[in-house]
Design a protein around this ligand. Sequence first.
Ligand code: NDP
Length: 270
Amino acid sequence: MGKPVAGNPSQFMMERSFAAAGLDWRYLTLEVSPEDLPAAVAGMKAMGFRGGNFTIPHKVAVIPHLKRLTEAAELMGAVNCIFAEGDGFVGENTDGKGFVSALKEVIDPEGKKIVLFGAGGAARAIAVELGLNKAASIDIVNRDAGRGRDLSKLLSERVGIDSKWIPWNGTHELPEEADIVINGTSIGLCDGSAMVPVDPSTFRESMIVADVIFNPPETRFLQAAKDAGCRTIDGLGMLVNQGVIGFKIWTGVDPDPSVMREALEEYLGI
Ligand code: NDP
């Protein structure tokens, strides 16, 4: 559920995956206005839904209608996935989990020094999940001081991770010791020419560089990192892995991630 939902690829990806797994299930994309959210969640319960996903503008507003939250969703203060439990729904957040599971295909974040651009919803989810996976430190580079400080405070005080906010003025220079660098901002969304303000000469071959942007998956940020010899991870991996996690939570079955990725690429025309 969200508003607007036109162009959201989740239904296409999930229904392909249900079919591939031999499950006669349905995933519906539903446009719901904020004032109708309580009735819509009650309707899901009445009609026996196993769960669902929530996107803008419902990620925070849905919380009062749930029976409990998982640890990650509680720390993030936002829910993008719910599942049925007894007489109600549990709120989970798979944004960060999807990212970390894509990251783990390349590197384990435990003990790593991380630079994260952004402090919005996606960056917050990623940072909390990296903290729960025992990253050594997370530098939050963000323009807005309030959001930047809030996130580094949450990480140091509630997740127990060494974290500081670094103001983003002009072009950012990466510290030599960074192991993992992540663009968690919306820079590059639907704009292959937009570049994250970072000095590309500070990328080092040893760094793993990731982007949350999935359309286009090959961003200028990732291209610059590749040119410097870094290994890169695109935003499609995060999206696919979120789908994998939701699918398993609802059905108990492990889906084939390659079916999901192919469906996404087909839907997005990549
Ligand atoms: P938010 O609006 O919550 O946050 C946007 C963030 O981007 C803020 O930190 C904002 O900084 C920063 N930002 C935007 N423009 C600029 C700029 N020109 N210069 C510097 N910073 C900028 O959005 P979300 O966090 O929800 O989403 C961010 C992106 O992540 C979206 O593009 C979305 O598509 C993508 N995403 C991808 C997912 C995936 O599965 N791959 C899942 C979820 C999201 P400030 O605080 O200073 O305003």
